[in-house]
Write a protein that binds this ligand. Sequence first.
Ligand SMILES: [Zn+2]
Length: 439
Amino acid sequence: MLWIKNVTVIDPGQGVSGVNDVLVQKDKIVEVGPSFKAKEVLVKLGVTDINEVNQIDGDGKYLFPGLIDVHVHLREPGQEDKEDIASGSRAAIRGGFTSIMAMANTFPIVDQRAVVEFIKLQARRAGMARVYPISAVTKGFKGQELVEMMDIKDGGAVGFSDDGKGIQNAEIMRLALEYVKLTGCPIISHCEDEALASKGVMRRGRTSARLGLPGIPASSESVMVARDILLAAETGGKLHIAHVSTKESVEMIRWAKGKGIDLSAEVNPHHLIFTDEDITLTDTSYKVNPPLPSREDQEALLEGIIDGTIDMLATDHAPHTWEEKARPFQEAPFGINGLETSLAAVWQKLVQSGKLTPEKLVECWSLNPAQRFGIEGGTLKPGSLADMVLFDPLYKEEISTEAMESKSGNTPFLKKELQGFPVITWVEGRMLMKNRKII
Ligand SMILES: [Zn+2]
């Protein structure tokens, strides 16, 4: 039994935004309402002694429905030196995420039911964030033959993606969008034309020229976004565009939504916070794919979020070992570690500066992901699972690998201070993190 008092509840799922009390019984939300009296609480929770109720003062803090991250790389099976399901799902809890979706680019690749079931088993053993596996679209990520979609869905996958690699053959993508209709799940597209991207390591532009680094043109993403939108329109298949990073992509998604095409899209916090101008040859923590955008692209991404063209925020949490990221810029792997820093970074850089409202943040990081992928969570409506985050907007922390639960520390925020962190995370009513530590 739990009674959280005087907390600012942000729950766009039921139109709540203001100071309230919240009551939880076992794993479910009982009620959200303005300042209850002790006697009422006893009746509502069905107990006789107020000492049976854990009381938390939420004054000055926010309560969000647990955040849901639809784009996470957990590296297990196969690359447990970077991350595993236990460490990644602990990092999620520490970052305020109660549900995460695990991408399929593991070793072996998640292209059969047994691997999906293994991931679910490991997540249950870890007992932290709920982990939803994403299956590959094509066997072995080869882009040639579709996986057994129905069988894999029955094993627990909630989406299909060759993320990390774009599907180059348009006919394979068309078939995938056609067959995925039987499952009700979306195809999550990593939009990248390999011939255009070639051996580029950052966005092609003035900065790449100045640094003498091979550039990736914005078109390598945008032409694939256009292709996949047209294929989704033709087939009626459900499409989700991962990590949108160019203004042309945003414009095409806006057009497609106007046409009623079954489409959603995500943007990563690092694309909203950094630009290609932040890149230096000596710091590979900024090396990410798709690459950091131009300032103009970044403005279009933010506009896309504000007007609803882009539905979701997603971290694209991509842990890599220190040794790999210590290589020269051109050789280091792409990817930013995001689960434990993203909420604080978005809060500090976008909410505090007035660019994004707390309501929009929760809509994009909890409500919309739950609805689009048909999973539990996303709201604090009575009767829903008590997945919750108590967020302290004043809490400051210097980001350090010692404090992080993730096995890797490849983030541009390392040794920098951020403000605004989750201080308690509950999954299904169980308190799993308190005062920034897993319990
Ligand atoms: Zn990707």
